[in-house]
Design a protein around this ligand. Structure first.
Ligand code: ADP
Ligand code: MG
Length: 327
């Protein structure tokens, strides 16, 4: 890419007026002013064509999703977005692709009040590579850290689970074709909603939180490991997405427990917060389900309605050294 080509691309597709009090695209660095008494929360994610998204992914949806998954990390920390940066490697200059991508990106950036304030643009790699950094702010000592779960905490999950997983299986032909189900499930995979409002309300209310990107069991496992606790999860309490209706029980169970790309929040809170969390659920018009309890010890059990442990095939317990399946 020639230097002049690069600059005009940035001007056209990525430069937007920065909010007052901020210096955005165009200088050597962006300048931000976090509020007093706040900590800066920073997270970076890289998305590689062919690995994290299909080469023929709709660019507008990709622009949305690439930012959404990063904003989800801010939500899981209880942080309010401040600004983001975008590093982009493009195999060729495709104006229609850039137009769609930047529209999807900026639309969500605007909605989430997370302006794009800088980045880098280059070529050379055979596919598109995206690297997004989000910065947010959270009141000191209120961030929802993974190591903050306590024995006796309730475990909660926002929204519903399983839809993105089913969409991916259908799209990849790992489930028998079902056009109606795919149509209902795809928006959950392509257009996740970062739970920013929920995360902000939970800061100072909940203890630990994580966003469900790799599956509930695996992600809750990160909280348990960091907090040195165990947990019971009640299968019947998990909130199934309506698209799971009518699927074989083992697929349903696997989508609920191990399905990725959900971008819902899993969080733990003291039992005396129940009423407050139920009120919050009504205020946000977002289901918040109490799905388990944090216990002393190590490991994670899934229990049926009778309190019997359910064997789980796909656990995603890579990080638990006591799991014989995954070392
Ligand atoms: P530098 O040589 O300092 O790295 P660049 O020429 O790469 O500067 O970028 C010029 C300006 O455009 C900088 O402010 C940079 O942050 C911004 N920028 C470059 N690429 C992007 C992008 N993809 N999205 C947003 N801002 C970008
Ligand atoms: Mg640069």
């Amino acid at each position: 890419m020639t230097a002049s080509g690069e600059f005009s691309l940035i001007e056209r597709y990525f430069r937007r007026p920065a909010p007052s009090g901020m210096l955005g695209v165009g200088d050597d660095c962006a300048l931000l002013s976090p509020a007093q008494g706040c900590e800066l929360a920073v997270s970076t994610d890289m998305l590689v064509e062919g690995r994290h998204f299909f080469p023929d992914a709709d660019p507008r949806q990709l622009g949305h999703k690439a930012l959404a998954v990063n904003l989800s990390d801010l939500a899981a920390m209880g942080a309010r977005p401040l600004a983001c940066t975008l590093a982009l490697s493009l195999p060729r200059v495709d104006e229609a692709w850039l137009q769609g991508f930047s529209e999807g990106f900026h639309a969500l950036a605007k909605e989430a009040q997370c302006p794009l304030v800088g980045g880098d643009t280059t070529g050379g790699a055979p596919g598109v590579v995206l690297c997004i950094t989000v910065m947010g702010q959270v009141r000191r000592h209120q961030a929802l850290r993974r190591d903050a779960a306590r024995v006796g905490d309730d475990i909660w999950v926002s929204g519903t689970l399983g839809a993105a997983d089913i969409a991916l299986r259908l799209a990849q032909g790992r489930l028998p074709a079902d056009a109606a189900r795919l149509k209902a499930a795809l928006p959950f995979l392509q257009c996740p909603t970062p739970r920013l409002k929920l995360g902000r309300y939970l800061a100072g209310v909940a203890h630990a939180a994580i966003d469900i990107s790799d599956g509930l069991l695996q992600d809750l496992g990160h909280i348990l490991k960091a907090s040195q606790c165990a947990a019971d999860v009640w299968l019947d309490a998990l909130p199934p997405n309506p698209v799971l209706q009518g699927l074989p029980p083992e697929i349903r169970q696997d989508a609920l427990l191990a399905g990725g790309d959900a971008y819902e929040l899993c969080f733990t809170a003291h039992t005396r917060r129940r009423e407050q969390i139920e009120i919050l659920s009504r205020q946000l018009d977002l289901p918040l389900s109490r799905v388990g309890v944090v216990r002393r010890g190590q490991g994670l059990r899934v229990l049926d309605a009778d309190g019997q442990e359910i064997p789980v095939t796909r656990r995603g317990f890579d990080h638990f050294s006591d799991n014989p399946d995954h070392g």
